[in-house]
Ligand binder design. Structure first.
Ligand code: GUN
Ligand code: ZN
Length: 428
């Protein structure tokens, strides 16, 4: 068992923040040997239950759940900051040529190691991640995550048309490879597989049909893709799939909407699409730094809430510009205020933080497992230093309540705030 004394942030079942200014977090093995939270709450109220237990004194710091990145491309670590007119030229000129390098297992493993170093430096402990179309890129990422003990989900990109030699796969082989990877990795340690059609325009009907059949055969694997990110992309999808009601409808027609299905962006949806997402339990990965960088558009939080959609925050590196959850939360706040068309304060700091922790975990179907520090959750957490920079120290010293503290961290925070990232009870 291990115990830590610090300020403590958690969330209740309704997504409301729970805060102990002088908190205690106790971690240790559960009946199955997993490292989990055994107790969390007020130090004075809890400490008497653990006589003799050594408590690490981290007062002056904030312990919070490890962040969950709901959509990121590890092979695009080196694509960050590649300028383009918009999504489609960005894919053609930078992303596809770069991803072709991931057929080389050694190269893929070296990028994967750098990627996980970055995630952990930024306090991200779980990510739903695209690999490339090469099975070796999936083995590289899972292998690196397994050594680090991470809860991590990835999958081989399915893309059998409208992309160049070097990244295009072959319909039948791509489905054989996907099934082999599911069997090799899904449910091993803390790893999970995601069936990963890149986006409808780069898959034939036959590939999407095969993906849907695999999804039906493996109901507890994840599904990830992109939808309705950019208006040129939406027009292209409509030309390619004229019989579907909408771009999202293409995925529905092939059996690819359900719980554990996560679609990045979801900007250019209509009300019927949003109702379909809510009805099927499909979740949106909101990627605000990417949407601002590529000029894609603005996610509509109010419409998503009105429809009852699930969602969480994502970096979408390399369309996104930062691995930092603080940068992503701040960008989501800006997007929420976009255009003065929406009244009020945009999102509260508690909502933003929840969307990048417990909310993102709930979108993955992992509520109560990661993204929170309630008893029974896996022991993935961050130790944050509210005094990491002179300005942050000044601002947080003046914070009169939790909202002000969290807002100061969101607006001024970055990797300098993350003093320690703990994965499965062990310092990463
Ligand atoms: N749509 C299809 N592929 C991609 C990708 O790699 N990044 C983003 N942002 N959108 C996509
Ligand atoms: Zn993406």
């Amino acid at each position: 068992m291990k115990a830590y004394r610090a300020a403590l942030l958690r969330f209740d079942d309704n997504g409301q923040p729970l805060y102990d200014a002088d908190g205690l977090l106790v971690t240790g093995p559960d009946a199955r040997g997993r490292q989990v939270v055994l107790a969390a709450g007020d130090h004075g109220g809890l400490v008497g239950r653990y006589p003799g237990l050594a408590v690490e004194d981290l007062r002056g710091h904030l312990i919070a759940p490890g962040f969950v990145d709901l959509h990121v491309h590890y092979p695009q670590t080196d694509v960050i900051g590649a300028p383009a007119d918009g999504l489609l030229p960005w894919l053609e000129h930078y992303t596809f040529p770069h991803e072709s390098r991931f057929s080389d297992p050694a190269y893929a493993r070296s990028v994967a190691e750098f990627f996980f170093d970055e995630l952990q430096r930024h306090g991200v402990t779980t990510a739903l991640t695209f690999a490339t179309s090469h099975p070796a890129s999936v083995d590289a990422a899972f292998g690196a995550a397994q050594v680090r003990g991470l809860r991590f989900i990835t999958g081989k990109c399915l893309q059998d048309r409208h992309c160049p030699d070097g990244v295009r796969d072959q319909t039948e082989q791509s489905l054989i490879d996907t099934e082999a990877l599911i069997r090799r990795w899904h449910g091993v340690d803390r790893l999970g597989y995601a069936i990963t059609p890149r986006f409808a325009p780069t898959s034939t009907d036959a590939q999407l049909r095969g993906a849907g059949e695999l999804a039906a055969r493996y109901p507890d694997v994840w599904i990830q893709s992109h939808v309705a990110e950019n208006q040129d992309e939406v027009r292209w999808a409509a030309e390619l799939f004229p019989r579907s009601r909408s771009y999202l409808g293409v995925y529905d027609d092939f059996g690819l909407l359900r719980q554990r299905a996560i679609y990045a962006h979801c900007i250019w949806l209509d009300e019927e699409d949003r109702a379909l997402m809510a009805r099927t339990g499909t979740a949106a990965a909101i990627s605000p730094t990417s949407n601002l960088f590529l000029g894609s558009g603005f996610f509509d939080h109010a419409a998503a809430d009105a429809a009852g959609m699930r969602y969480g925050l994502a970096s979408d590196v390399g369309g996104g510009t930062s691995f930092s959850p603080f940068h992503t939360m701040l960008a989501a706040y800006y997007v929420g205020r976009e255009g003065q068309t929406k009244a009020g304060l945009s999102l509260t700091p508690g909502q933003l933080w929840w969307q990048h922790t417990a909310g993102a975990a709930a979108a993955l179907g992992l509520a109560g497992i990661v993204g929170n520090l309630q008893p029974g959750c896996e022991a993935d957490f961050v130790v944050l230093d509210p005094q990491a920079t002179p300005l942050l120290a000044r601002k947080t010293a003046q914070a009169g309540n939790l909202d002000e503290l969290l807002f100061a961290l969101i607006v001024l925070g970055d990797d300098r705030v993350v003093r320690r990232t703990v994965v499965a009870g062990a310092q990463a």
